[in-house]
Design a protein around this ligand. Structure first.
Ligand code: NDP
Length: 519
């Protein structure tokens, strides 16, 4: 198979020329937009946001339904578009990109009004007052997306921003801009049926890294970035210079711990899917399996046997389970990690060299923790089995990483699994499951260590897309013309405060009160 260049040129010049990673067919072109184009998009978004942000959350939720209907009604066409441009099997395009997006919309349509409602704060020191938090849209959010989930990530982030009352400008990956433009066309159609929606609330700016960098400095109020650690760091610096917040969802090198009493069959199937879905081009992919020595051989053999049943081929064929690699340079990264593993003495159990864009599922055992395959994200279908003497060693190795996105535990006893999970340094740890928690809109999606900052999805993720402002009022003791600690100061008032501090917090009143209420 001939290696296909998907895009051409560099900088702000030229255009993006997109070919299907699997067939090489020309799919379309997209402009490379300049810094001025990006600024103009942000200005249009800011104008549209005024009326949108003034709607109640309930009104926004009911208006956004029109877009959900459009996406769901066009689900097959969208899935085929994702599959053609990205190379993932059409079933994955449907179930990983389109289906969870529709559910995310439905989830927040019914819950956003409650999540974003004012929240009162129970006060302690100043209990005569009333405090509450209220959520105000930030304004215009810049959203920068990766190529591996070209629909569900950038468009999902944009929709969450819209629930929170913001407008958005999306910069899709240069590798997969067409699906974002398709989403935009559906958005524009939804706007025709629903007058409360405005086309400028979702805008797309296409281009390469420079266009993404321009978006970060185009006057946006927050950036939501999903991509690699090095680019995430650049985005964080750009945001820090302007003192604007950013949410960063970055890479992972995700461990799985397998205890000797695990259900071997479920574990093998979970690891198979968790490592090879989307050809391992998933930030949450299982990359390194720390398995208790007594079952290491049996588990590895079973996963290797299951690999032989997978069908790799045309991603548009619904029977296909493994498609083509999306991004040519990723293949070279996978090959380099593979070469290092072989050189170190890893045993290749299946797979190996790619055939053009088709990278077979590749499994190594006899791997030692500390080799590159256990340290660096290859973002390709590589899986390492590392036999360990006990669970404590597995936990130590799993945590020995500069990344902390996802972790997995497979254990016969779910309670024991949960105890292990609580000790793993990851944003999410799944017990006896793999990879798909991004699909549960109510749960946070977040990375620890270098895997990210902040979170998306979940109630907190939605609130984070607002300015959460604090209001404090004087609710009782209205007859007091001033508070005790205001001017004038005097030795008498100073003495009264000294007595109060000693009596209340020095082991007396507050401790007795805590004992009385059992705390
Ligand atoms: P990149 O970091 O290469 O690119 C991500 C986005 O940033 C692209 O749109 C890219 O544009 C853009 N970009 C490039 N340079 C800049 C810049 N200087 N300023 C602003 N934006 C810029 O990541 P990939 O697209 O290769 O995605 C793969 C990575 O994403 C993996 O590390 C994976 O783990 C991670 N990821 C993390 C997820 C998570 O939720 N934690 C989910 C999915 C992926 P262009 O493509 O045009 O260069």
């Amino acid at each position: 198979m001939v290696a296909l260049a998907q895009t051409s040129g560099d900088g702000f010049v030229d255009k993006l020329v997109i070919h299907s990673p699997s067939s090489g067919e020309l799919l379309g072109e997209a402009p490379v937009q300049s810094a001025d184009d990006v600024k103009a998009a942000v200005a249009r978004a800011r104008k549209a946001q005024v009326a949108w942000g003034a709607l109640s959350v309930k009104e926004r939720c009911s208006a956004l339904r029109a877009f959900r209907h459009k996406v769901a009604q066009n689900a097959e066409e969208l899935a085929r578009a994702v599959s053609s441009e990205n190379g993932k099997p059409v079933q994955e395009a449907l179930t990983h990109d389109i289906l969870p997006f529709c559910d995310l919309m439905a989830y927040f349509e019914t819950r956003a009004p409650r999540i974003l409602a004012p929240q009162s704060i129970s006060l302690h020191l100043m209990m005569q007052r009333r405090s509450y938090l209220h959520c105000v849209p930030r304004g215009v959010l810049g959203i920068i997306g990766p190529w591996n989930f070209p629909f569900s990530i950038p468009v999902g982030d944009a929709i969450m921003a819209l629930f929170a009352g913001n407008a958005t400008v999306i910069k899709p990956s240069e590798v997969t801009p067409l699906i974002a433009l398709k989403a935009k066309a559906l958005w524009d159609e939804a706007c025709k049926n629903e007058p409360r929606l405005h086309p400028d609330l979702i805008q797309i700016v296409t281009g390469r890294g420079l266009t993404g960098a321009a978006l970060c400095t185009a006057g946006v109020d927050q950036v939501m970035f999903t991509g690699s650690v090095p680019t995430g760091r650049k985005v964080a610096v750009a945001c820090a210079e302007q003192l604007i917040p950013c949410v960063l969802e970055l890479g992972g090198i995700n461990p799985a711990i397998v205890t000797a009493d695990t259900d071997l069959e479920r574990t093998a199937h979970a690891i198979l899917w968790g490592a090879f879905a989307n050809s391992g081009q998933v930030c949450a992919s299982i990359s390194r399996v720390y398995v208790e020595r007594s079952i290491a051989e049996a588990l590895t053999n079973r996963v290797v046997d299951l690999v032989a049943t997978l069908q790799q081929g045309d991603p548009l064929d619904p029977d296909t389970e493994l498609g083509a690699m999306t991004f040519m340079p990723q293949i070279a990264i996978g090959q380099a990690v593979m070469a290092d593993t072989l050189a170190q003495g890893g045993r290749l159990r299946c797979g190996g060299e790619p055939n053009g864009r088709y990278f077979p599922p590749t499994i190594f055992d006899n791997v030692q923790h500390g080799w590159q395959i256990t340290q660096d994200e290859s973002f390709s279908p590589l899986l390492a089995f590392i036999a360990v003497d006990d669970v404590e060693t597995a936990i130590r190795f799993a945590n020995d990483s500069d990344k902390g996105l996802m972790a997995y535990v497979f254990a016969g006893d779910e309670e024991q699994g949960a105890r292990i999970a609580e000790r793993l340094e990851a944003g999410t740890t799944m017990v006896n499951n793999a990879v798909d928690s991004h699909g549960a809109a109510g749960t946070p999606w977040q990375g620890m260590k270098q895997s990210g900052l902040g979170q998306v999805h979940s109630a907190q993720g939605l609130r984070d897309l607002c300015q959460v402002r604090h209001v404090q009022t004087r609710s009782w003791l209205p007859w007091m013309s001033k508070e005790l600690w205001w001017y004038p100061y005097s030795p008498r008032i100073y003495g009264a405060f000294v007595t109060a501090v000693k009596t209340l917090w020095g082991g007396g009143v507050v401790d007795r009160a805590a004992r009385l209420i059992g705390k």
